[in-house]
Structures are given as structure tokens and as C-alpha cells.
Design a protein around this ligand. Structure first.
Ligand SMILES: CC(C)(COP(=O)(O)OP(=O)(O)OC[C@H]1O[C@@H](n2cnc3c(N)ncnc32)[C@H](O)[C@@H]1OP(=O)(O)O)[C@@H](O)C(=O)NCCC(=O)NCCS
Length: 163
């Protein structure tokens, strides 16, 4: 039997409990990120778990309740963008394809409800996100002042469905 983490949709979990767990371990999950503490906390606004969590998933290792290994929060917008809001994999589980699996799951679900483009936003110079996006065949475009004056970001877009 494979010991790869299993992906579990938020609809099978308690939104409050899973949010509490992930926020408590944010320093682990977001190690190496270019985001500061406030930005990481802001990503975990309860609305992304309670109201907008339908496309979200957690990767769990082990049996029973399991141990969190990674997660994705995402939404599909009215103009059919599948937006990756947050994606993190525990350092012990990185470079094993887990983020790719979480993204593929989200992209598939989003395609099924009509999304036409997968989109994510990152800091310029975020090598991990650039590498991940490149692996998925995403197009990168700098968005000047995206997050405020002088706060440029890179928008990654990939047409859906994934091949
Ligand atoms: C970015 C992140 C989610 C990648 O998770 P992961 O499970 O390690 O990614 P995958 O194993 O699916 O990687 C797939 C490919 O992406 C690229 N990639 C992943 N991490 C990379 C890195 N640190 N540097 C360069 N390329 C990277 C590689 O091409 C990789 O394939 P390979 O391992 O065969 O070379 C993880 O590093 C992380 O959680 N970082 C902290 C949180 C964060 O910054 N999240 C993104 C912003 S929302």
C-alpha cells in the first residue's frame, strides 16, 4: 500500500478544527516562504475555511485522523478563474510531488464547475513557486504595484483543463 499522503476535501473535515491546526503550525508549513507573519496569518482568514472552503483540501499522512502534510485553499471566481489562495507543504514532505497533487485536484474540481484558467500570485524571486508554476506550464507575468505601491507580484496563469 502506498504511504503517500491522502488528499481529503474540507467538506469531510471540521473547518474550525482544521484551521486551528494549520494556523498553529504555520511557522512549519510556511518555512522558506517570502511572506511575512502578518501575510501568512491573513491567508488563513476564517472565511477561506468556513464559507469558501469547498475547493480546499488537506494532505494527511498516517491512519485515523492523520497528520497534516500540506494543504491548498482555493476559490473559483464569477469570471471563471480558479484562484490558488494558499498552498503549503510541510518541509518534511517537500519535493515529493505533493503540491502538484493538491494543485491538480483543485484544477480538476474547478474545471468541473466551469473554470477556464488556474491562477496564482507570488512575490518576484520566489523560486519555489516559480519552479512549481513552470512545471505546470503556467505563464508568468509581472503585475506592477499588485499589492500596493512598490509591491510588485507575479501572476501565474495556466489554461484549464490541465492535460
Ligand atoms: C512551494 C511549495 C508548496 C512546493 O511544494 P512541494 O510539494 O515541494 O512541490 P512539488 O514536490 O509538487 O514540486 C513540483 C516541482 O516544482 C518545482 N519546485 C518545487 N519546489 C521548488 C523549489 N524550492 N525550488 C525550485 N523549484 C521547486 C520543481 O520543478 C518540482 O519538481 P522536482 O521536485 O521534480 O524538481 C512548498 O515549497 C512550500 O510549502 N513552500 C512554503 C509555502 C509557500 O511559499 N507557498 C506558495 C505560496 S501560496
Amino acid at each position: 500500500m502506498s504511504d503517500a499522503p491522502r488528499l481529503v476535501g474540507f467538506e469531510e473535515l471540521s473547518a474550525a478544527a482544521v484551521r486551528d491546526r494549520l494556523v498553529a503550525r504555520r511557522a512549519e508549513f510556511w518555512a522558506g516562504s517570502m511572506l511575512g507573519e502578518d501575510a501568512v496569518l491573513a491567508l488563513h482568514d476564517p472565511i477561506f475555511f468556513h464559507q469558501l472552503g469547498g475547493f480546499g483540501a488537506v494532505a494527511l499522512t498516517g491512519t485515523g485522523t492523520g497528520t497534516d502534510a500540506g494543504y491548498l485553499l482555493g476559490v473559483v471566481s464569477a469570471d471563471r478563474l480558479a484562484v490558488v489562495h494558499a498552498l503549503a507543504v510541510h518541509p518534511d514532505q517537500r519535493r515529493r510531488g505533493l503540491a502538484t497533487r493538491l494543485l491538480t485536484r483543485f484544477a480538476t474540481l474547478a474545471s468541473e464547475v466551469g473554470a477556464r484558467v488556474l491562477q496564482g500570485v507570488a512575490h518576484p524571486g520566489d523560486d519555489a513557486v516559480h519552479g512549481l508554476a513552470g512545471r505546470l506550464g503556467a505563464h508568468a507575468a509581472v503585475s506592477p504595484g499588485h499589492a500596493g505601491p512598490g509591491e510588485d507580484r507575479v501572476l501565474f496563469t495556466r489554461s484549464l483543463p490541465l492535460d
